[in-house]
Ligand binder design. Sequence first.
Ligand SMILES: [Zn+2]
Length: 256
Amino acid sequence: MSGIFDTHAHYDDEKFDEDRNALLSSLPSKGVELVMNCATNPASIQSTLALAETFEFIYAAIGFHPEDLIGLTLSDLDKLKDLAQTCSKVKAIGEIGLDYYWKEVPREMQLPFFEAQIELAKALNLPVIVHDREAHEDTYALLRKHKPQGVLHCYSGSAESAKEILDNGMYIGIGGALTFKNAKKIVKVAEVVPLERILLETDAPYMAPVPMRGKRNDSSLIVYVAQALAEIKGISTQEVIATCTQNSKDLFRIDK
Ligand SMILES: [Zn+2]
């Protein structure tokens, strides 16, 4: 396999502390062409930008994740704006969104941060990378209101809701969950969403696909997700990878 674009990874995560550089250096030889590293908080933004500076094939999404908002104020978004405008490898605002599964950050705090970051992305003409966990209704309401370009990462909604996402012009991010034994909902989504609107992702170090489920994930394992998608679509794995990589380059405006 070649030409893999992993549109969602967290290589700044401490699970990569022991062998980060060795692992990242090995990815191109395993078919990985491009990686979007998604930051989640101020420290992770710094690490993400450093990775993008060190590794030619790594791009940066910068943003404040809904689980990482404690201690931040909306004025911290000014820093995002400065970085996005000065660093040419910043290609998206993310990972942003809503998470009603974890209760540490109140919804009243998550909602204004999500909305302000969508508005910032639109002002900067950048796509958004959206996290939505058990918050479909509020997430879609804000996307409907602002209609940003972007991707619903690790999509967990219904096939019906996926149509609305597509109608709004956004992409659907599909990762390891597609290979899980209990993956009925996301299989249905993968059946109805045209390949031209799907992005492949790992969410590394999390969400490793079968047969590596439970282990640490990395971008080379995306091939198992592509295989599962290829079976559903009735085409070759390489074709899935090629199309999804093109979709990703279009969305993030990376021409190489
Ligand atoms: Zn993530």
